[in-house]
Design a protein around this ligand. Structure first.
Ligand SMILES: Cc1ncc(COP(=O)(O)O)c(C=O)c1O
Length: 403
């Protein structure tokens, strides 16, 4: 006789957890004939495979069993020291190793931050549109969202001040990606950074600054991070090795200048995973400690991504009808296009798949899912000729959709 098991009584919060719309859509794109601007992948051919392999050998020789042992929750001291030095030297952020917590990707940093801040019904302010993975991480803690209008220079400070003035309750924090944002590729203007810091200080709203792309600039480094310009403790800063070196290592960091907040994040992390992989931390450190080698690697990544951005922008200019608009990002991996002509990019997506090209429709990046005219195009993961062919296919799909 078959035993019918009762369905498991899951937590209320799982109702809010949606599989990433991107991953679901991109499942259809495994076919190599399809050109994908949809993923968010760094260029795998640029990964420093031989150097990471040598770093790994060095770690085994010099650290031996210590690299395979349990370790402290906040992270291996050598790596935290390196991170603090880099944040001070490259970004002007006044931190020491004691302010750093190593995480399993910045994605874990987003989860831990939300875990210590959010009760169900709390409010999170964020730029509109925002990184989908952050919305997914926050969703588990059942907040509501206060989207702040943004333009090509990032969050609009007057809109932020007006939103805070009218908010009841005030948001628990403001989340933003100041450099080469995912999904828009936009950079928050330096003068806006100062005003946003002031507005947040005035209302007592802490900032979560997520900066995975800050080192992937093309012509000049981005403006100083908000964390460098704010009063100590006002901003928590997330950085990651994913775009600088390789995402598979899952090595990232939080700089948390507020000591009490840092201790609470460490306690939350202890419950989540005890600590990030000791082995991966040592290997990452053994690779990046030669900063000249790291900087040479970054020069190459920047040069290749810049060429790919240029190839995409040139192809868009050649192929797209006039109602399509796009930006020219100064770094990162994405550009943002709006199609105009009343075309919804979720419908365009179906047509584009049939034409052998995919992108990510913009709607899921808006916390309230209320705009359907945008699309995110990734330019980092593909050679220039494929980019040109893919944009030609996409332009065909756009033309058909507009007919
Ligand atoms: C804005 C943003 N934050 C965080 C992440 C997660 O990065 P990580 O690989 O460090 O978890 C990404 C990845 O694409 C991202 O675009």
């Amino acid at each position: 006789m078959d035993v019918v098991l009762p369905s498991p009584r899951l937590a209320r919060r799982v109702e809010r957890l949606r599989p990433s719309a991107i991953r679901e859509m991109l499942k259809v794109t495994q076919d190599p004939a399809i050109i994908s601007f949809g993923g968010g992948l760094p260029a795998a051919e640029l990964f420093p495979v031989a150097d990471v392999s040598a770093a790994q050998d060095r770690v085994m020789r010099t650290r031996g069993a210590a690299a395979l042992q349990y370790s402290v929750t906040d992270g291996v001291l050598e790596l935290r020291t390196w991170v603090a030095q880099r944040l001070r030297g490259q970004h002007g952020i006044d931190v020491t190793a004691d302010d750093i917590v190593i995480t399993g990707g910045s994605q874990q940093g987003l989860d831990l931050f939300a875990r210590v801040f959010l009760d169900p019904g709390d409010v999170v302010a964020l730029e509109n549109p925002s990184y989908l993975g952050a919305i997914q991480a926050f969703d588990a803690y059942e907040p509501s969202y206060l989207p702040i209008a943004s333009d090509e220079h990032g969050i609009i400070p007057d809109e932020l001040a007006a939103a805070f003035a009218g908010a009841d309750p005030l948001p628990k924090f403001l989340y933003l990606v100041p450099n080469y944002e995912n999904p828009t590729g936009r950079t928050l203007a330096p003068e806006r950074r100062r005003i946003i810091i002031d507005v947040c200080a005035r209302f007592g709203v802490p900032i979560l600054e997520d900066d995975p792309y800050g080192e992937i600039w093309f012509d000049r480094p981005p403006p100083p991070p908000l964390c460098a310009g704010a009063a100590r403790g006002g901003v928590t800063y997330l950085g990651t090795g994913s775009k600088m070196v390789a995402p598979g290592l899952r090595v990232a960091w939080m700089a948390i200048p507020d000591r009490d907040l840092r201790d609470r994040v460490v306690t939350a992390k202890q419950g989540a995973d005890l600590h990030s992989s000791t082995y991966a931390q040592y290997v990452f450190h053994a690779y990046v400690e030669d900063t000249a080698r790291l900087d040479t690697h970054l020069l190459r990544v920047r040069a290749v991504y810049r060429e790919r951005r240029d190839a995409m922008v040139a192809a868009l200019g050649r192929e797209m009808p006039p109602h399509v608009r796009w930006n020219v990002p100064d770094g990162g991996m994405f550009l943002w296009a709006t199609v105009g002509s009343g075309i919804d990019t979720e419908e365009l997506f179906e047509r584009a798949v049939a034409d052998g090209v995919v992108f990510v429709p913009g709607r899921p990046f808006y916390p309230h899912n209320d705009r359907g005219d945008g699309m995110r195009l990734n330019f980092s993961a593909m050679h220039e000729d494929r980019i040109a062919e893919g944009i030609a296919r996409l332009a065909r799909a756009v033309r058909q959709a507009g007919e």
